[in-house]
Design a protein around this ligand. Structure first.
Ligand SMILES: Cc1cc2nc3c(=O)[nH]c(=O)nc-3n(C[C@H](O)[C@H](O)[C@H](O)COP(=O)(O)OP(=O)(O)OC[C@H]3O[C@@H](n4cnc5c(N)ncnc54)[C@H](O)[C@@H]3O)c2cc1C
Length: 303
């Protein structure tokens, strides 16, 4: 099956963009994760569409990975196909007060384009290390704003290979949630509407927020940002700190003392260490405060 599968894939995507047994530790900000059976980078919508239709036809497991900044992939990897959006999906175009960005564009690139074009409103996302695609799935947000505030519409490729556009209201954005968490479509692009602003002010707001991140977050260690969602009425980091878990370690995984909401890889953590630590934190916080922490990080693959 696997050789036939591989041979057919090569008719859809050039062979140099089909990697086999690719370590996911190279594609996640946690820097952990074993091999994915296949890691494929379609260059444009045509290649992506052909690939997605084929994977659905043969019922092969697949998932889209953006910048891997919200992912914990198991040490034994992923039995299926990781799809990573290539060159054409990284484009960012500005027209008037509107920005159109591909699903694979980094949020930092969108923020940079906005700043250069004197468009305000995207500064909050400049320091979120994800792609437009990942940000639509997670409704990424920071400092009081989130994607739902700036998105006009999202272009999706359905599992049948059809392109559809969803308006912001159809995206069902809520705290770290969107319709894409139950819809198997791929984000191929998004349109953002921003406001005219002053370049110096936009730049200084971006720098100010980046400085706040540097001073409050353990950016010198690999992580996936906030490990847990904010529980209603609480702050995850404070609950974890108050449970006395700052600095708590399992193997190479540690609850950051700088920001207890972050689990970090101190250098030699396995994915299993990180997952065990997540479970331990959940249990201890539940026992101590009766609050169930829900991971924000997406956990995939074999542990
Ligand atoms: C240091 C640090 C700080 C962070 N700060 C923040 C923050 O302030 N606010 C915040 O919200 N998050 C933050 N994050 C988390 C993360 O950056 C966001 O969740 C981001 O939106 C994930 O984007 P990604 O491209 O890395 O997605 P990935 O981690 O690659 O994927 C996340 C999910 O999205 C899906 N996905 C990715 N691309 C697509 C696509 N094109 N189509 C369909 N599905 C797709 C994946 O299948 C997966 O389910 C932080 C992470 C780090 C490491």
């Amino acid at each position: 099956m696997s050789e036939y599968f591989f041979d057919y894939l090569k008719t859809l995507i050039p062979e140099d963009r089909i990697l086999r047994n690719e370590l996911m530790s190279k594609h996640t900000t946690f820097r952990v994760g074993g091999p994915a059976d296949f890691f494929i980078t379609p260059r444009d919508t045509e290649e992506l569409s052909a690939l997605i239709r084929y994977l659905n036809l043969v019922e092969r497991e697949y998932m889209i990975v953006g910048n891997g900044s919200n992912l914990l992939v198991g040490d034994h990897g992923y039995r299926g196909v990781i799809v990573h959006l290539g060159e054409e999906f990284k484009k960012v175009e500005v027209s008037g007060d509107t920005i159109t960005a591909g699903g694979g564009a980094l949020l930092s690139a969108v923020a940079e384009a906005a700043c250069k074009s004197e468009l305000a409103g995207f500064e909050f996302a400049a320091g979120i290390p994800g792609t437009v695609g990942g940000a639509m799935v997670m409704n990424a947000g920071a400092y009081g704003s989130e994607m739902g505030d700036v998105v006009v519409s999202v272009d999706l490729l359905t599992p049948d290979g059809e392109i559809v556009t969803r308006s912001v209201s159809e995206m069902e954005f809520a705290y770290r949630k969107s319709i894409l968490q139950r819809d198997r479509s791929t984000v191929i692009g998004a349109v953002f509407s921003l406001k005219n602003g002053d370049q110096t002010e936009i730049r200084s707001r971006m720098n100010e927020l980046m400085e706040m991140r540097r001073s409050k977050q353990p950016l010198n260690f690999p992580s996936a940002g906030s490990t847990f969602k904010r529980p209603e009425g609480f702050f995850a980091g404070k609950l974890i700190m108050d449970a006395g878990l700052g600095g708590y370690m399992i193997g190479g995984a540690r609850v950051s003392e700088k920001h207890c909401g972050f689990v970090v890889n101190t250098g030699n953590a396995t994915a299993a260490d990180i997952l065990d630590l997540i479970h331990e934190v959940q249990e201890k916080v539940q026992v101590r405060f009766g609050v169930r922490l829900e991971p924000e990080v997406r956990i995939v693959g074999e542990f």
